[in-house]
Design a protein around this ligand. Structure first.
Ligand SMILES: [Zn+2]
Length: 274
């Protein structure tokens, strides 16, 4: 039986959660019981939970994310999200220390603040992540809101950081969408650089069937360029994308079966302390 690990999931019980509208568009209830039952249905053994953005700015508190993970009976593990704010970064490190072993990494949202990933403000977080061998995930590419800054979310901004910190595990979320080739070059160039394929296919649009084919082709080309699929991670970005569509995208990649299996589950063990 195929094994799957979902490296990118959102969930909250917060009414101001921006992702509620995405959930509605996908016909999802968007809550923990639904998420766990969908994981069960699609043979997803576990996943990483990330804080969703809030409508009034800011994010769902990381403590709420940890709370949901605690309720998941060892199916979900938290990723701690931080904004470019000194107090919040200190809090995030403390929270990770308090939950060492349970927290599987950090996340920084690029494109939502006028800050680049190599900004000095993040130095302490990167030092801690390097010491504990925890990866840092970055939102890259298209932003969920039309006022996002693509200049800041462009994946190539991560090259400067990766040049300076070659022992920091970096994960570019959403494969830098739509800058697939740039992201492929970063994964190829840097030893500790990974990318997830979450939240790429949202469906429902006029040419969505063609778009799924386009994505499968673009990702397959990227894998040929990188010379392998060892550093790609499966993720849904639930509720932005559904399990069935996300799995379909991975299954449609024009690569060997064993490489699809690496993306769906095996590679996650190399990046996260699972
Ligand atoms: Zn996400």
């Amino acid at each position: 039986m195929r094994k799957i690990f979902d490296c990118h999931i959102h969930c909250s019980e917060n009414k101001e959660d921006v992702l509620v509208s995405y959930a509605k568009a996908n016909g999802l209830e968007y809550n923990l019981p639904e998420l766990l039952s969908m994981m069960e249905e699609h043979n997803v053994s576990g996943g990483l939970l990330l804080s969703p953005p809030l409508r009034n700015g800011g994010i769902v508190p990381n403590r709420d994310v940890i709370g949901l993970c605690n309720k998941s009976k060892n199916r979900l593990f938290p990723i701690i999200t931080t904004e470019p704010n000194r107090t919040m970064i200190e809090d995030c490190i403390l929270l990770a220390k308090k939950n060492l072993g349970f927290v599987k990494g950090f996340k920084i949202l690029l494109g939502y603040f006028p800050v680049f990933p190599d900004d000095k403000i993040f130095s302490k977080l990167y030092d801690y992540a390097e010491n504990e061998n925890l990866p840092v995930l970055f939102h890259t590419g298209d932003t969920a809101t039309p006022d996002g800054s693509l200049e800041h979310s462009h994946p190539l901004n991560l090259d400067r950081l990766a040049n300076k910190r070659d022992s920091l595990k970096i994960v570019a979320c959403h494969f830098g969408n739509p800058w697939f080739q740039d992201t492929a070059e970063l994964v190829y160039k840097h030893k500790n650089f990974y990318a997830d394929i979450s939240g790429l296919f949202t469906g429902g649009a006029k040419y969505s069937k063609h778009y799924l084919n386009f994505l499968a082709r673009a990702l397959s080309d990227a894998i040929y360029f990188m010379g392998g699929a060892e550093k790609l991670l499966f993720g849904t970005d639930y509720p932005i994308a559904t399990y069935s569509e996300s799995i379909k995208l991975a299954e449609n990649l024009e690569i060997d079966r064993e490489d699809i299996d690496k993306i769906l589950a095996k590679n996650a063990n190399k990046v996260f302390p699972l």
